[in-house]
Design a protein around this ligand. Structure first.
Ligand code: KIV
Length: 308
C-alpha cells in the first residue's frame, strides 16, 4: 500500500470532517486508463460498478453482469489506481442466495479482483450478510434506496421513498446496514430531504447519487460526468464535459486526414537506422521525431507498439 493510499478508516472518518470541505468524491471506473485519469484528478474512491453492464456491455440493466466480469474489470482498475480506495460491486445473485456463497464471492472479489472493499445492494434483509463479511475482515459498502438490481420489482428506475412509509423503510434499511458494520452507505434515487435525514441518522458517511447535497459524499458514473453517455441524461447527472461529442469531432478529423493522406505526417513515421558504412540498414526502427521537444512521451509501461 502506498503511503497516501485512501483507506477504509480514513473514509469512515470523513463523516466528522465533511462540513470542512471534505465530502467524499467517488466515481465509477471500469478500466486502467480511466482509473489513472480519475486517480490523478484526486477522487477519493472508485467503484467498479455493475453499471458496467450498461456502460461497457451495452445491456439494458445491470442484471446480466457476472462476478467474473466484475473481477476482470476490478483487476484493470486496481492496476491503474495508486491513491483512491477501490470498491468492487457484487453483482446480482452473487450474495442473495446463500450466506456461504456470499462470503466466498466477496472473498474472490478481494482476492482475485484486488479491490479493497465490496458493495452490496439491500437493507435489513442483508444486514446479517454484511455483519458476517465485516467480521471476516471484508469491508462493506451498502447501497439503499433505488437499487438497480431490483429494477423489475421497482417497475423501472424510479425515485424511491417519496411517501412516508417508503421513506421510513429506506431509513430503517440504512440504519440496519450501518449497524451491521458497513463503513459507507450509498443512497440512490431518493428525495433530497430523505438523503439528509439518513445522513443525520447514521454514524458512517452516506454517498449520494440523486439523493441531494446533504449526503457526506457523492458518486457519479464516470461516463455520465464526462458526457460520454449519448443515450440518456438523468436529472441527477451533471455533465462536466461533452466527451462523446468531442470524440466524434476528433475521430471525424482522423477519418478525413487518413482519407486525404494528411496523416501520418513525417513526425508520426519511423526512419531507417543510420549506421556508419551501412546506409539504409533495416534494423530496429527509430522514431524520426523523438528528439523534437514537443514529442509526446510514451512510457515503456504503457506502450503497445514500438517507442523508438
Ligand atoms: O453500479 C454502479 O455504478 C453503482 C453506482 C451508480 C452507485 O452502483
Amino acid at each position: 500500500m502506498t503511503q497516501d493510499k485512501i483507506t477504509v478508516p480514513a473514509l469512515r472518518a470523513r463523516k466528522a470532517t465533511r462540513l470542512r470541505g471534505e465530502r467524499i468524491a467517488m466515481v465509477t471506473a471500469y478500466d486502467a486508463t480511466f482509473a489513472r485519469m480519475m486517480d490523478q484528478a484526486g477522487v477519493d474512491a472508485m467503484l467498479v460498478g455493475d453499471s458496467l453492464g450498461m456502460v461497457i456491455q451495452g445491456q439494458s440493466s445491470t442484471l446480466p453482469v457476472t462476478l467474473d466480469e466484475i473481477i476482470y474489470h476490478s483487476r484493470a482498475v486496481v492496476r491503474g489506481t495508486r491513491r483512491a480506495h477501490v470498491i468492487g460491486d457484487m453483482p446480482f445473485l452473487s450474495y442473495q442466495t446463500a450466506l456461504d456463497a456470499a462470503l466466498s464471492n466477496a472473498g474472490r472479489l478481494i482476492k482475485e479482483g484486488g479491490v479493497e472493499s465490496v458493495k452490496l445492494e439491500g437493507g435489513r434483509e442483508i444486514a446479517e450478510t454484511i455483519y458476517r463479511m465485516v467480521r471476516m475482515g471484508i469491508p462493506v459498502v451498502a447501497h439503499v434506496g433505488l437499487m438497480p438490481q431490483r429494477v423489475h420489482a421497482m417497475g423501472g428506475f424510479k425515485v424511491q421513498g417519496r411517501n412516508g412509509d417508503d421513506a421510513e423503510s429506506i431509513l430503517e434499511d440504512a440504519i440496519a446496514v450501518s449497524q451491521a458494520g458497513a463503513f459507507l452507505v450509498v443512497v440512490e434515487g431518493v428525495p433530497a430531504d430523505l438523503g439528509a435525514k439518513i445522513t443525520r441518522s447514521i454514524d458512517v458517511p452516506t454517498i449520494g447519487i440523486g439523493a441531494g447535497v446533504e449526503c457526506d459524499g457523492q458518486v457519479l458514473v464516470s461516463y455520465d460526468l464526462l458526457g460520454l453517455n449519448d443515450t440518456l441524461k438523468p436529472k441527477f447527472v451533471k455533465r462536466y464535459d461533452e466527451l462523446f461529442a468531442r470524440g466524434i469531432e476528433a475521430t471525424k478529423a482522423y477519418v478525413s486526414e487518413v482519407r486525404s493522406g494528411a496523416f501520418p505526417a513525417a513526425e508520426h513515421s519511423f526512419g531507417l537506422q543510420k549506421s556508419a558504412g551501412s546506409a539504409g540498414s533495416v534494423a530496429a526502427p527509430t522514431v524520426a521525431a523523438s528528439a523534437e521537444p514537443d514529442a509526446v512521451p510514451v512510457t515503456e509501461a504503457h506502450a503497445y507498439g514500438p517507442t523508438q
